[in-house]
Design a protein around this ligand. Structure first.
Ligand SMILES: CC(C)(COP(=O)(O)OP(=O)(O)OC[C@H]1O[C@@H](n2cnc3c(N)ncnc32)[C@H](O)[C@@H]1OP(=O)(O)O)[C@@H](O)C(=O)NCCC(=O)NCCS
Length: 165
């Protein structure tokens, strides 16, 4: 399958604008992000380890990333993903997530990876299931900043197994 992870570059502002500026895409993420916030986020993504542009057959199709987060007294990697509507439903997000987990495994960072999709985000919960995450239950989660709501807590242990095992 032609899914690849590439470093985030200065040229990728239109991609993050399409992903985070679209109210449909952001339905489960508190609504579309303000234009200036998106520009600020784009700046943070450039050169950040763990943040990737997802390409499909060399064409930009989405975003996947992991970053460190304090969760229930533990330092974890949180992981998230987003794929443009035109590319959805082809397994691109699942494959990008598997590749991101491999990249996270190769770091010397936390071994616990958590994803926090809202309970009603069918495709995102399906990705967790397909990629071998374990469902831990529903939790109160803060996203965006200052807004708390129910999320599902999915866990993946980077020390337990690797792809193909
Ligand atoms: C979540 C998202 C990345 C999925 O992208 P995608 O490339 O379409 O995902 P995939 O094709 O890899 O997998 C989607 C899976 O969800 C399943 N699915 C789709 N709609 C579903 C629904 N309503 N309920 C349950 N499962 C559903 C699909 O059947 C597929 O599983 P399958 O391959 O076993 O059939 C995409 O919808 C998106 O970007 N959404 C907006 C941003 C977002 O919510 N990000 C997640 C934040 S936690």
């Amino acid at each position: 399958m032609g899914v690849r992870l590439e470093p985030w570059t200065e040229d990728d502002l239109p991609l993050v604008q399409a992903l985070l500026g679209d109210p449909v895409m952001m339905e489960h993420l508190g609504g579309s992000e303000a234009p200036e916030k998106i520009v600020e986020r784009h700046g943070r993504y450039i050169g950040a380890p763990g943040v990737f542009k997802v390409t499909f057959e060399v064409v930009p199709a989405g975003w996947v990333g992991y970053w460190e987060h304090d969760w229930q007294g533990e330092r974890i990697y949180e992981i998230g993903w987003s794929v443009l509507p035109a590319f959805q439903g082809r397994g691109i997000a699942a494959e990008a997530t598997r590749l991101a987990l491999e990249a996270a495994r190769a770091t010397d960072g936390p071994r616990a990876v958590h994803a926090f999709p809202t309970p009603d985000n069918g495709p995102s919960n399906a990705i967790c299931r397909k990629c071998g995450f374990t469902f831990l239950g529903e939790v109160e989660f803060e996203f965006p900043k200052g807004v708390f709501g129910p999320s599902n807590d999915w866990y993946y242990d980077l020390s337990a197994r690797s792809r193909g095992e």
